[in-house]
Write a protein that binds this ligand. Structure first.
Ligand SMILES: Cc1cc2nc3c(=O)[nH]c(=O)nc-3n(C[C@H](O)[C@H](O)[C@H](O)COP(=O)(O)OP(=O)(O)OC[C@H]3O[C@@H](n4cnc5c(N)ncnc54)[C@H](O)[C@@H]3O)c2cc1C
Length: 383
């Protein structure tokens, strides 16, 4: 008789869907609640690195993801006029799967949702947890007045998580960074075949191809924390912010209008130290850690959290408490690496404050790059 037979997953993002699929594959009865009324997800595109693609292969959906998205194996850093500075070739991927595949967020959700339904996960939309009770916290009250008993609860309810509140209270949570991300889906110029960054002064622009004909354009730059931009002003505000960039960015900026599907969000990074549980209520994904988008890894880490959690919950050695503790530790270690790396990159790029500084940084990095190239490390090529 398995010790974990029935699990409640809170939140239907990439993390919650991945946890639900991983548990259902192992024969666990899974109920997933999602507070939105349906799967009409906001957002633009998601670059998924090889680590996430490996998990999607386990779920049996890799082919559909690769068919839907755009695969790439390189990243290029340019100056504001899109003159290349360095090209980095990713040494990831493997037989049958690329280093990266990016696709529209809604497509990834829909592929994972279909798979979860196929595996028997039961979904309830428009509903939230209102009460965690019992000695292990797994006697659950729901916002529609119903109740449920579970062997464990997996909180993947995003950055403003209710489950995190139950586990650690207000001690850890999103913190304003003073940096915001503007995003927009547009037609893909044929020259964009990988991830691109155009380093500017106080911020960068860039693009990620998400299908054969589409890409998403982004601009990461200082913004007042808590600022909410009126929809009808967004195209003008983004035009102003993109003025320093040339190439296709300038063309796209010129074409912006009131109907342009611009999405804005503030970056609010944080990570909760382990343990990541209280009783048998645990968490993962953005509920436990939010990283700047620089490594395109937030959703990938959420998928990994869900996959790894299922393994630990169903482990046979040790108590369930030992296993959930080990899950929190191993995932904290992994996510802390991504968190530190992404935050460092964010600080370095946002610290470029003038044209002179930008030129000086280019001069300073060039010789190092050339050296790396000469030393036989083939993954970075300075241009
Ligand atoms: C600008 C930007 C670009 C990014 N680009 C990438 C990228 O290219 N690649 C990548 O891997 N990651 C990227 N990310 C990160 C990625 O978006 C997140 O890390 C990822 O979506 C987290 O998934 P999640 O399932 O943990 O949370 P979410 O996607 O936030 O899902 C949480 C779900 O829980 C639901 N919910 C919330 N509260 C409750 C509740 N109380 N009860 C029930 N349901 C609830 C929400 O409605 C939501 O559906 C980016 C992030 C930003 C800000």
């Amino acid at each position: 008789m398995p010790r974990i037979g029935k699990v409640l997953v809170v939140g239907g993002g990439v993390g919650g869907l991945s946890a639900a699929i991983s548990l259902a594959i192992k024969g666990v009865e899974v109920e997933l609640i999602e507070k939105r009324p349906d799967f009409n997800v906001p957002g633009v595109g998601l670059g998924q690195p090889a680590c996430a693609l490996r998990i999607y292969r386990e779920f049996g959906v890799l082919e559909e993801i690769l068919d839907t998205g755009f695969s790439y194996d390189h990243m290029t850093i340019f100056d504001q006029e899109r003159t290349p500075i360095v090209e980095h070739r990713f040494l990831m991927g493997g037989a049958g799967f690329p280093a990266f595949c990016a696709l529209p967020r809604a497509s990834l959700h829909s592929i994972l949702y279909k798979r979860a339904v196929f595996l028997g996960v039961s979904f309830r939309f428009g509903i939230e947890v209102t009460d965690f009770s019992g000695p292990l916290g797994v006697s659950i009250g729901f916002s529609d007045g119903s109740n449920g008993e579970f062997d464990a609860v997996a909180g993947f309810d995003g950055i403003r998580s209710t489950v995190r509140q139950f586990i650690v209270g207000d001690m850890f949570g999103p913190r304003p960074s003073g940096i915001g991300a503007w995003r927009l889906q547009v037609d893909r110029p044929s020259c964009v075949t990988g991830m691109e960054f155009m380093q500017g002064i106080r911020g960068k622009a860039g693009a990620i191809p998400i299908s054969r004909d589409k890409m998403y354009l982004f601009n990461i730059r200082p913004e007042n924390p808590g600022e909410i931009f009126a929809r009808e002003d967004m195209h003008v505000l983004l035009q102003e912010r993109l003025l320093q960039f040339g190439g296709y960015v300038a063309d796209i900026a010129n074409d912006l209008n009131r109907e342009s599907p611009i999405v804005y969000g503030a970056l609010e990074p944080f990570i909760v130290p382990y343990p990541w549980h209280r009783g048998r209520v645990t968490m993962g994904g953005d509920a436990a850690h939010v990283v700047p988008p620089h490594l395109t890894a937030g959703a990938a880490m959420a998928a990994e959290d869900g996959f790894v959690l299922a393994r630990y919950l169903l482990g046979e050695h040790g108590t369930i408490d030992d296993l959930i503790t080990a899950y929190g530790k191993t995932r904290y270690d992994r996510n802390a690496f991504v968190y530190i790396f992404a935050n460092d990159w964010l600080s370095m790029e946002q610290a470029v404050g003038s044209a002179a500084e930008l030129a000086s940084r280019q001069r300073r990095t060039h010789p190092k790059c050339r050296q790396a190239h000469r030393s036989g490390r083939p993954h970075s090529r300075y241009i």
